[in-house]
Design a protein. Structure first.
Length: 256
């Protein structure tokens, strides 16, 4: 079902006109923002336009609140995946504690990210508003804002990179392809670095798509690290310590 939705939904969103970041910032400008503190906050929310959007926030005790910290935005996959399930299989919370960064898991509406132009616009507005909220609440290092996603969330991580290339430093996509928005090219305002992970035994989203994505990025001048995992299906590459590989890539690529 998901593969059919990818082909019919995600990839059909050609020619959309995503909202500008300033619009979403204005949407939360008047909302009171509580002071930042350490902890795991599983049921956070904010209003974006007329919609209430939810997210899970993780601020490890290792983060020094008085100093600028990196931020990782993690987009879950389609269907049963969520802001609450993604931490379980990715173990990104442990990585955040070890590497001293703030971690946020946005929750999609309708169990998927960006399946048609209006949804792309709404989901990008959510990203913008969430970033604005966190920048008010915490000291976020503006040169170390990163995104990662799994499957449909990986597709959206690619999309955020392309549409917000002057905001995010680098992006990662695990088992998630570019959308048809990039059929004629990624055409990002900035050549952001990309970390791509895919299993060669993925029966849901073929590894050939990831290879094509790698080549497309390189052709347009992006720096790409491509990790193809032998024998891995549509699952997170935990045994290959993919989190550590991803964060090493991010640490080497602050925004320039």
């Amino acid at each position: 079902m998901f593969r059919a939705l990818v082909l019919a939904g995600v990839f059909s969103a050609v020619g959309c006109a995503p909202s500008a970041p300033v619009e979403a910032a204005a949407a939360v400008a008047g909302e009171p923002v509580p002071p930042g503190k350490h902890g795991t906050f599983a049921k956070e929310s904010l209003t974006v336009g007329a919609a209430e959007r939810n997210y899970r926030l993780v601020v490890p005790k290792s983060v020094e609140l008085g100093k600028p910290a990196p931020l990782l935005v993690a987009f879950h996959g389609m269907g049963i995946d969520s802001k609450d399930f993604m931490p379980v299989y990715t173990k990104l919370n442990d990585l955040a504690a070890a590497k001293k960064f703030i971690l946020v898991y946005p929750q999609s509406e309708g169990s998927a990210w960006g399946l048609h132009p209006d949804k792309i616009k709404a989901d990008l507005a959510f990203f913008d508003a969430l970033l604005t909220r966190l920048q008010k609440q915490y000291k976020i290092d503006a040169d170390r804002i990163f995104t990662v996603g799994m499957s449909n969330g990986g597709y959206f991580s690619h999309l955020v990179g392309a549409e917000r290339s002057k905001v995010v430093a680098a992006v990662a996509s695990h088992s998630g392809p570019l959308g048809l928005q990039t059929l004629l090219g990624i055409n990002a305002a900035r050549k952001f670095p990309v970390f791509i992970v895919h299993g060669d035994a993925d029966k849901l989203l073929p590894v050939e798509w990831a290879r094509d994505n790698r080549d497309k990025y390189k052709k347009e001048g992006h720096e790409v690290k491509y990790v193809e995992v032998a024998g891995l299906g549509h699952a997170w590459a935990t045994k290959q310590k993919i989190n550590e590989q991803m964060w090493e890539f991010f640490e080497e690529h602050p925004k320039k």
